[in-house]
Design a protein around this ligand. Structure first.
Ligand SMILES: [Mg+2]
Length: 386
C-alpha cells in the first residue's frame, strides 16, 4: 500500500457555539485548526488542534510543514515527529509548534487506522472499549442560578463528575482594578452552589486556567477544602512546578496540570518535581498520540494518574481507552458542540461513560464542505477576539 504523503491542507475555523444546558442557554465561540493529509492511494487522515491562534498554526502548516512532509511515508510517525521537532522547535521551545505537531500526528494515526482497518484506541493498545467522563459545564459566563440549574440538569442526565471554572482570568484583569479577593470569594460561593446541587456522592473539580498567583491560589484552596474537590486544575500562572508543589503540600488540595504543555521535558519536570496529583497530556496539544503515549509511560512510572484536560474528548478518548494507564476523559460541552459542527458519526455520551467506536482511524468523519466553509469565514482575530 502506497501511503506517500501527497497533500497537506490546514483549515482554520472559528465556530460559534450555543450550549445546551437544559433551561440555561449560553452563547460562545471557539477556534481550531483541522489538518487534512492525503496519501498516494487516496487514504485521507484528519488531525486537529485548538486553544491556540488558528491563523499562526495554519500559516506554519502551509508554509513550513507541508513542503517538509510531502513525499514522506505516512506510516513513519517517529521519523516525521523528529523532523518536525528539528524544524519547528530545535531548542525545546513550547508553544505554537506543539499544536502543529499534534494536528499532523493525529492525521497520521487516522491514516494508520484506515490503512489497517483498526480504530486508533486499539492500535494504541486496546486496554478498554469505554472510558469514564467528567463533564465541564461551569463556565465563567454562567451566574450562580444558571450554575445550579445546569448542574441539576446534567445530574438528571446521569452525569456524576462535574468541572467548573474558577479564577476568572484574575491576573489578566489586574489592570482593570479587579478586586482579587472579591473574585475569589465569589468562586467559593459558586462552588458551594454546585456542590449543593449535585450532592456529596458526585465528584467535583475546579479549573483556574493558570489565572492565579500562589497567594490567591492558596487562599482559594484553603476555602474550597470543605467541598471535597477531586482536583484543582492549573491553579497558578505558567503551571509553575515549585508553586504547584508548595500548594499541594501547604493545602492538601490535589493538583492537576499539563493540558497546555508541548514538550516531553515539561511533563518530566511536573512529575519529578512533585507538582501534580494528576497529569493531563492533551493529544491535540502535546504532540498527538505519539507524544501522548510517551507522557503516559512517564506518568505510569511515577504512579501518577493521567486525565484529559483542555477538552476535545473525541481525540483524547483513544489515548485513555488504548493505554492501561489511561484515565478520565473531559466532556467539555463547548468543545463537543464545536466538533459537531465539523464531524459526523461522533460517539454519544452515556451518562458519565463513553463507548469507543470500532470504525477505523479516529472513528468519525470530517465534513469537508464544513471545513472549507469555516476556513472561508473570519477567524477569531477577524471577529475581534484575538
Ligand atoms: Mg483546563
Amino acid at each position: 500500500m502506497n501511503l506517500t504523503i501527497q497533500e497537506v491542507t490546514a483549515y482554520p475555523a472559528y465556530i460559534p457555539v450555543m450550549l445546551p444546558l437544559g433551561s440555561v442557554k449560553a452563547e460562545t465561540a471557539l477556534s481550531c485548526v483541522v489538518v487534512e493529509i492525503v496519501t498516494a492511494e487516496g487514504i485521507v487522515g484528519h488531525g486537529y488542534t485548538a486553544i491556540t491562534d488558528e491563523e499562526v498554526v495554519t500559516a506554519a502548516i502551509r508554509e513550513v510543514v507541508t513542503p517538509a512532509l510531502t513525499g514522506m511515508d505516512a506510516l513513519d510517525r517517529e521519523k516525521i515527529s523528529e523532523r518536525l521537532y528539528w524544524l519547528l522547535s530545535p531548542r525545546g521551545q513550547t508553544g505554537y509548534a506543539s499544536h502543529v505537531v499534534s494536528a499532523i500526528d493525529l492525521a497520521l494515526w487516522d491514516i494508520l487506522g484506515k490503512a489497517t482497518g483498526q480504530p486508533c484506541w486499539r492500535l494504541l493498545g486496546g486496554a478498554r472499549n469505554e472510558v469514564p467522563l467528567y463533564v465541564t459545564f461551569g463556565f465563567g459566563s454562567l451566574d450562580r442560578d444558571q450554575l445550579r440549574d445546569a448542574a441539576t440538569h446534567l445530574k438528571s442526565d446521569g452525569v456524576t463528575r462535574f468541572k467548573m471554572v474558577v479564577g476568572h482570568q484574575a491576573l489578566a484583569r489586574r489592570s482593570h482594578n479587579r478586586d482579587l479577593r472579591a473574585a475569589v470569594l465569589e468562586d467559593v460561593e459558586r462552588v458551594r452552589t454546585v456542590r449543593e446541587a449535585i450532592g456529596p456522592e458526585c465528584e467535583l473539580y475546579v479549573d483556574a486556567n493558570c489565572s492565579l498567583d500562589p497567594t490567591w491560589a492558596r487562599y482559594l484552596a484553603d476555602r474550597l477544602g470543605e467541598f471535597d474537590l477531586t482536583f484543582f486544575e492549573e491553579p497558578v500562572r505558567d503551571n509553575d512546578v515549585v508553586q504547584m508543589r508548595e500548594l499541594r503540600e501547604r493545602t492538601g488540595m490535589p493538583v492537576a496540570a499539563g493540558q497546555n504543555e508541548g514538550q516531553l521535558f515539561r511533563f518530566r519536570d511536573l512529575l519529578v518535581g512533585g507538582a501534580v496529583d494528576v497529569i493531563q497530556p492533551n493529544v491535540v496539544i502535546c504532540g498527538g498520540f505519539t507524544a501522548g503515549q510517551k507522557i503516559a509511560g512517564m506518568a505510569q512510572a511515577h504512579n501518577v494518574e493521567i486525565a484529559n484536560g483542555g477538552a476535545f474528548p473525541f481525540h483524547n478518548m483513544h489515548l485513555h481507552a488504548g493505554l492501561a494507564h489511561g484515565g478520565l476523559v473531559e466532556w467539555h460541552l463547548i468543545s463537543v458542540e464545536m466538533c459537531k459542527a465539523l464531524y459526523s458519526d461522533l460517539p454519544e455520551r452515556n451518562g458519565s461513560m463513553l463507548t469507543l467506536p470500532e470504525t477505523p482511524g479516529l472513528g468519525f468523519a470530517a465534513d469537508r464542505d464544513a471545513l472549507r466553509d469555516y476556513a472561508s469565514r473570519p477567524t477569531s482575530r477577524g471577529c475581534g477576539k484575538g
